[in-house]
Design a protein. Sequence first.
Length: 240
Amino acid sequence: MITDPIAQLLGSWSEEINAATIIIRIVLSVLLAAIIGCERSSKRHSAGLRTFILVSLASTTAMMLDIYLAGKSGVNFYLISAASVIAIAIISVNSMLFSSRNQIKGLTTSVGLWACGIIGFSLGAGFYTVTLASFAALLCCLSVFPAFEAYLKNRSNHFEVHLELKSSSKLQDFVTTIRRLGLTIDDIESNPAYANSGLSVYTIAISISSEELKKYKTHHEIIEALSTLDYVYHIEEMHG
């Protein structure tokens, strides 16, 4: 039988469902989820502090309830936890939004909710070591890795831009300029969301083909240069 290291240090009582462990698991569930929720709220994501706490608390409670009922009935099928996983998946999907710029927003928060729910199940089952290790990894992924990810994306040879032109007749001029700079257009898609705005709006996939650009220019610098074109109303990089 596998024993949780932290539970082993605390004693056998910590592996059982009793008044003390119920309180400890619920408090830990709320505390850990609150830390993750604060991180998301600080970046103005739709699913913030309360959402993460509720998902984690529900998962922890569902797992403890399943363990209790399994001990009473002898049936080792965790029905409540299984239903909770489906519910969390639905909530996570519904937290994603599609913007007018054809961008998926809230994907990281959506997956974070799901992961927080799974950590709640782990805590509810009494796997304290797995819970704390997974919590640390999740917090690191949400708060530390974005800066590194942004650096890698800014240095990659492929990126997408949201482009607003003052006139559709200027698209050919933009394409010509792009090619002269040593860039390749992989795909151009007109954005119908701006049909009545008076602007010609496109989503453009670009690859950096020039060796010089690959070495010395970031996406930000390339976009900044393109924004100086007099027929460009607005241009920005799109992030998933």
